[in-house]
Design a protein around this ligand. Structure first.
Ligand SMILES: Nc1nc2c(ncn2[C@@H]2O[C@H](COP(=O)(O)OP(=O)(O)OP(=O)(O)O)[C@@H](O)[C@H]2O)c(=O)[nH]1
Ligand SMILES: [Mg+2]
Length: 279
């Protein structure tokens, strides 16, 4: 048996979670077009008869402005030690900048690999400039890929598999993720909320399961201000209804999802609240 851990790190929104989902062949981590979607370390497992790759998805590294930001940055940085391969993920459509360099400075680059993602959306001169720029990182390998179209992905997975040392089966072969079910349901609700909210509201939202009597699950949506509560509920409760419908569609049939919205003033700036919400 060969097995090991592969951590993906990088700035927010570069596509780390989309990549982990694509490599696992299943959705294990939520995705959105807003930066700072991932807040936990999420493991996705890809098992074959004699190999097990454990992908570690991490929150995007950024300049923290709140207690939540500091917490999730620490989670990401903690995830690069004690793993077999570290992948620095770069967005091919955004100039290689100080944020990427800051992340690279926290990694052992000669032993890391660079994944240049979103090549489907980059113009060829943009991609060339990006590959030239990342070359200065002196990484072990470079992989231009698209998590969305799958371009370059088989080569990446084959390379990572070849890097695996001999090791145990870390998870039972049918495991796809280390996320507790309750958190997964809460995350699916938050994902739908991220899709319909704008401006600062996505950052103000947290979700957690407060009652689990399967198939009846109650999820609390926490916002930071009264005005945000109205936006999440929508006129006549329509926004909340739609969010519930879309989240439920990704859960086993028959689940009864109850959504409630609560205000916890400025929770994102309060370390004790951030911790109590499980971040
Ligand atoms: N065109 C294109 N879009 C992509 C690709 N990979 C990811 N995206 C999009 O990029 C956005 C961010 O994707 P995520 O996977 O949430 O990014 P992330 O790096 O996990 O972001 P954080 O969790 O905030 O750090 C989403 O809108 C994805 O659909 C890709 O290969 N091509
Ligand atoms: Mg993510």
């Amino acid at each position: 048996m060969r097995s090991g851990f592969v951590t993906l790190v990088g700035r927010p929104n570069v596509g780390k979670s989309t990549l982990v989902n694509a490599m696992c062949g299943r959705k294990v981590s939520i995705v959105s077009d807003k930066p700072q979607t991932t807040r936990h370390r999420v493991m996705g497992v890809l098992s074959t008869a004699d190999t097990q790759l454990v992908f570690v998805d991490t929150p995007g590294l950024h300049k923290p402005q709140t207690a939540l930001g500091e917490r999730v940055n620490a989670t990401a940085l903690d995830s690069v030690s004690d793993v077999d391969v570290v992948c620095l993920v770069i967005d091919a459509t955004k100039p290689f900048g100080s944020g990427d360099k800051w992340v690279a400075r926290h990694l052992d680059m000669p032993n890391a690999i660079v994944i240049v993602n979103k090549i489907d959306a980059a113009k060829s001169n943009q991609l060339l400039a990006q590959l030239t720029a990342v070359n200065s990182l002196n990484a072990r390998e470079y992989f231009p890929v698209s998590a969305v179209t799958g371009a370059g992905m088989p080569e990446l997975v084959a390379y990572l598999t070849a890097q695996l040392p001999e090791g145990p089966e870390y998870f039972p072969a049918d495991t796809i993720s280390d996320q507790p079910e309750e958190r997964w349901v809460a995350e699916l609700v938050r994902e739908q909320l991220l899709a319909v909210t704008h401006d600062e509201l996505p950052y103000s939202i947290a979700t957690r399961v407060t009652e689990w009597e399967w198939p009846r699950v109650r999820v609390e949506i926490i916002v930071e201000r009264d005005s945000q509560k109205g936006m999440v509920i929508g006129k006549g409760g329509l926004v909340l209804k739609e969010v519930g419908k879309l989240a439920r569609a990704q859960l086993p049939e028959g689940v009864f999802l109850e959504l409630f919205v609560k205000v916890d003033k400025d929770w994102q700036r309060k370390p004790d609240r951030v911790e109590r919400l499980g971040y």
